[in-house]
Each structure stands twice: as C-alpha cells, then as structure tokens.
Design a protein around this ligand. Sequence first.
Ligand code: PHB
Length: 396
Amino acid sequence: MTTRRRFVQQLGALASASAVGALAPTFARAQSAKLRVGLMLPYTGTYAALGTAITQGFNIALEENGGKLGGRDVEFFTVDDESEPAKATDNANRLVQRDKVDVLIGTVHSGVVMAMVKIARDTGTLLVIPNAGANAATRSQCAPNIFRTSFTNWQPAHPMGKVMYERGHRKVVTLTWKYGAGEESVESFKEAFTKQGGAIVKEMYLPFPNVEFQPFITEIASLRPDAVFVFFAGGGAVKFTKDYAAAGLKDKIPLYGSGFLTDGTLEAQGASAQGLLTTLHYGDGIENAKNKQFRYAYGKKYGVQADVYAVQGYDACLLLAGGLAAVKGSFGDKKALYGALEKVKIDSPRGVWTMSKAHNPIQDIYLRRVEGNANQVIGIAWKALDDPANGCKMQA
Ligand code: PHB
C-alpha cells in the first residue's frame, strides 16, 4: 500500500469517526430534548372550568409518570382559546409555527377544534383532542396524526334515545346551542329516539354561548311534551338547570341530556340537578381501583372533585405516555409513533378503553343519576360503543 493510499484511508477513517462523533451527540440530544407540548384550551368563558379540569387531569398523569413522556422532560406552551372559533386558526398557528410544539393538545369546543384539525392535517403535527366531540375529526377529517381521548358528539347522546323511549316518553322537545356539538348531539339523540318510534315535537336552538333561556322554557311549558332533551355544558348548563327548576318544570316535564349537563357543575347546580338522568362515558362512582385512586389524587391536589373533563385530560397524558414509551420518546419514525399510539390500552378512571381505527375511544356509555354532588352510575346504557366513523379514510 502506498503512503498516499494509507493516508487517504486514514483520513476516511478519521472522517467517519468524526462524523459518528458529531452525529452521536445530536442524536442523543434530539431524544433527550424537552418535549414541547402545546395546550390550547379555554381558560375563560362558559367552558373555562372544562379547560382547567383537562389541564389538571393531564398534570396528575404526568406526575404519576415522573414528569416525563417517553423519557423526556416536558415543556408546556399554553393558549387560552376562549372557545372562540374566529381566533382558533391564529391560536393554533402560534403554537405550531412560533412555539414549534411537538404535540398539540386541545380543545373543548367543536368549532375551535375543527381549525386545529385543519392545521394538524396541513402541517402533520400530532394532535390529541381531550374533549371536543366534532364528529368530523374522526370521520371525514380523520388522519394518522389525529387522536381523540374523549368522544364523538354522536356517542353519549345516542343511547339516550333508547333510554327515554324505554322510560315511556314518546313526544320530546330538544333544546341546545346552535353549533357543532349541540347540533350533532341532538341529531344523534333524534336518530336513536325516532328509530324506536318516538317523535320530536320541536327542535329549539339559541346561539352559543347565550343563556337567555326564558323564552324557550316558556314555550316548552306551553307545548307540554313528555320530556326534554338538551345539550348544555359548563356555565351554561348551570344556568339552564336552575332556570328550568325555577320555572317549576323540573317535576312536571322530565329533563334529560348527555351527561355534560351535570358534569363538573353539581355544586353550583344544587337542588336544580337532583335526580336528573344523563348518559355519558364516565360517572363519579364508577367502581374500579383506577377511578378511586384518580379521584383521591385529584381531590388531594386540587381540592375539587374530578369530573369527565379531568378524566379526558388524564387519558390524553396516558395515551402520550404509553405511545412515546414504545418509541423511546422519538418523533423520528412517524409511522412507528402513530402505530404505538393506536395500540395503547388506556387504563382510565372510566374503565379500560382502546382506540378505534378512526382514533376515537371505543367505550361504555353509562346511565347516571344525580345524587347529592355525584353522578352515580345506575347502569350501562350501551356497552363498548364505537362511533360509526362514516367517511374516515385513514391515509398511511
Ligand atoms: C364540544 O363543543 O364539542 C363540547 C363542549 C363541551 C362539552 C362537550 C362537547 O361538554
């Protein structure tokens, strides 16, 4: 071997050694850099308590996981979305473009989440939805990088059609806010109720987040239906049950709803919510070890009772913890990451659930009755209910 050849060989060896040397720390750094988590939730407005509960639930699970996800420390970037669809695109862009988050978590409001879904689809950012039920997010707009730990608007309302019919109601008035969640909840209830043979006397709507319920309550009193089905949540739900009871209708025309009507709201609703029956994928008194442990930890840390929103936030963190552990915190192989997220079995306070092919929970829907300050489970309204996921074509 000539000297020159040996020299070139040595150079090559040196070069590749230094390449490895240069690469190794970068690779290690990428894995151990803080995971950038963007929280886009309402912290003001009628859904403020819901955003807070989701954040707190997420934090409980993160603490249980030693403050890390996939072995990485977590850095939060937070935006108050105010449940305001007009600001949603700017808010989500701020987290994705400016803060360069690895994962976007949000939100509560169905209209706001659709802007987040669009940005997630356009940029490929991982999105975890811890509440908003907009059907399209896991139907026509489903995507490999979009996951939901809550429900579709169709899911909790559907079993109520059967429950109300079986309780002898035949003519029902519906009332809700005129926006995605309200409309899709009523549509789902109506589909199930009319299939049984029931009839909708009148569908009533008011703009979100208005709480001028009086004219509607007066009209319900004059229409005298067998029962009323509503979708309301948060501050609006509190005002509604109080107004309904104050008008003297609570014991005359039975009121039902998807369980958001009485979740996280019972202390404020007081007597106006006692005895109400609702359907939801959670109940305060669910008898499993995980629920007991979660409710205890949540009450101890935050001094308030856990609710469905806290559970959905907790589960969003469990999903990320499980998925990221499987890929050792790396976002390098997206297919591996999404595959891992799809396979996580969530040991939730609501009961163990799995992800559907469309990335939405397959879960039991409970029938609950308000007793004191708790939504007590009195039965399972629908076992392992999966959303129909119409129009979801998952592109690999
Ligand atoms: C929604 O807008 O999707 C929504 C909001 C609050 C709830 C449930 C659904 O409690």
